[in-house]
Each structure stands twice: as C-alpha cells, then as structure tokens.
Design a protein around this ligand. Structure first.
Ligand code: APR
Length: 237
C-alpha cells in the first residue's frame, strides 16, 4: 500500500471531472457541446474576434456558475494532502472555476486561466471580474477603453506556467491525475514525462482516460467519493 511522508514530492493534475460533483458540467461528457455551444464558437481567439458579444455572454454565465458553486470532498481532500506535504505539493489545474482556491488550496497553478479575471486586449492590464461592469455587452478596460477578454486560455493558445510544470513533472515522485479525459494537450502528455522520469502515476476518473497506458494505478469512479479515502490512506490517517 502506497504511503506518503512529508518528504514525498507529489504533483497533482486536475480537470473538469473533479468539479462535476459541484454541479459544473464537464466538456466532453455533453455530446461534443459545451453548455449547448460548439467549443469553436465560444472558446477560441477567432470566436472572440468575430463575435465578442456572444463570447462574453457565454463566459458571463460560466462566471455566475462558478460563483454559485461550492467545492466538493475531492477538492477538500487535495487541501488536506497539501497541508500534509507543504512545499512538496503542487496542484496544476486545467479548470477555470476557482473551486480549488475556494476550497483552500494554496499551491495551485491555473494553467488554463481563471474565470475570476479578465485581460485588456489593448493595454494587457489584468483585472478581477468582480471589479468590472459586467452589464456591458463587451466590458471595457477602465484604463484605456480597450475590449476586455476573459483570462481563459482558449483553444489555439499556449497554457500558462509550462516551464514550471515541466520542472515539477521531472521532480515529482508521485503524479496524480483527477477528472480529466486525457484528450487535450499539452496536459494530456504530462503523465508521459512524469512516468519516464520515474514517478509513480495514479489516476482517478469516472471513465478510462485516453492516456491510461501510462497510469500505474487507476481508480475508476467519482473523485468526490474515492479521493478522500485515498488521501487518508496515503497520509496514514
Ligand atoms: N469524478 C471523476 N471523474 C469524472 C467525474 C467525477 N465525478 N465526472 C466526470 N469525470 C471524468 C469524465 O469521465 C471525463 O473523462 O472527467 C473527465 C472530464 O473530461 P473533459 O470533459 O474532457 O475535461 P478535461 O479533461 O478537464 O478537459 C481538458 O479541454 O475543453 C478544454 O480547456 C478545456 O481544460 C479543458 C480541457
């Protein structure tokens, strides 16, 4: 049975599945549509260029959903794991819903951005969404009047923190993946680096992920039901 000590270096990658039990719909579980939209129509830079009003309509709703949702036992289990491991823990999330931070996780990298922020397309200022006037069809920058866009890494854009994540993948002795289909790169390829560099790889997912071949231990089911027990076992509770 796997046991962690406070010296075990653990990297965790999460995806939409960890937030499913908080009521946030995952991407690929809804028949190729995301909240009834084609991803290309709302989550690409091209979509924003051609129809910023529609893209803002979509993200305004995602923002409201994130405000009204609450972390579930899987998010809290990762907080507990971080409290046990301290600086030997790092959480990388593809989610933009802020639920890890709401749960209390501190060492979190939001590699696909965050619904909590937006960026000016002209002067590149970063602002908290709570501080801007969301009633405008296209919210404008208070500094330069440029169009604001959600701080989301869209398809075709480069995720944040890739160099820090690469270092962490090479350093970790255990790599844990929770609630991600293993379809969208580069995140889907992280497991390969971790495994080739000697880490033990573990996944918790409702369905078999696409990168299952690189997983040493796979737990199939809901992360809110499975992860709390696993964390308790790993930290010897
Ligand atoms: N517990 C664990 N896993 C779950 C649960 C649950 N309660 N519910 C669903 N899942 C699993 C599904 O079986 C699926 O494999 O979570 C996975 C979610 O996969 P996706 O919807 O593809 O989400 P994700 O992997 O995070 O997508 C990656 O793609 O759309 C882009 O940028 C977006 O960050 C996103 C990226």
């Amino acid at each position: 049975m796997l046991k962690f000590t406070p010296d075990t270096n653990v990297l965790v990658l999460t995806g939409a599945g960890i937030s499913a039990e908080s009521g946030i719909r995952t991407f690929r579980d809804s028949g190729g549509l995301w909240e009834n939209h084609r991803v290309e129509d709302v989550a690409t830079p091209e979509a924003f260029n051609s129809n910023p009003v529609k893209v803002w309509e979509f993200y305004r709703q995602r923002y409201q959903d994130s405000i009204s949702s609450k972390p579930n036992p899987a998010h809290f289990a990762l907080v507990k794991l971080e409290q046990f491991l301290g600086d030997n823990f790092l959480l990388v999330t593809q989610n933009v819903d802020c639920l890890h931070i709401k749960a209390g996780s501190k060492r979190v990298l939001e590699m696909h951005g965050s619904l909590a922020n937006c960026i000016c397309t002209k002067c590149h200022s970063k602002l908290a969404i709570k501080d801007i006037d969301l009633t405008q069809p296209i919210p404008l920058c208070p500094f330069c009047n440029g169009f604001l866009r959600p701080d989301i890494v869209w398809f075709g854009e480069i995720p944040h923190y890739l160099s820090i994540i690469d270092d962490a993948l090479r350093k970790c002795s255990v790599f844990i993946i929770v609630g991600t289909s293993g379809v969208v790169y580069p995140a889907a390829g992280f497991v390969l680096t971790a495994k080739l560099m000697g880490a033990k790889t573990i996944a918790i997912n409702l369905e078999k992920p696409d990168n299952l071949a690189y997983i040493d231990e796979f737990y199939q089911g809901k992360s809110g039901e499975i992860l709390p027990g696993l964390v308790a076992m790993w930290i010897g509770e």
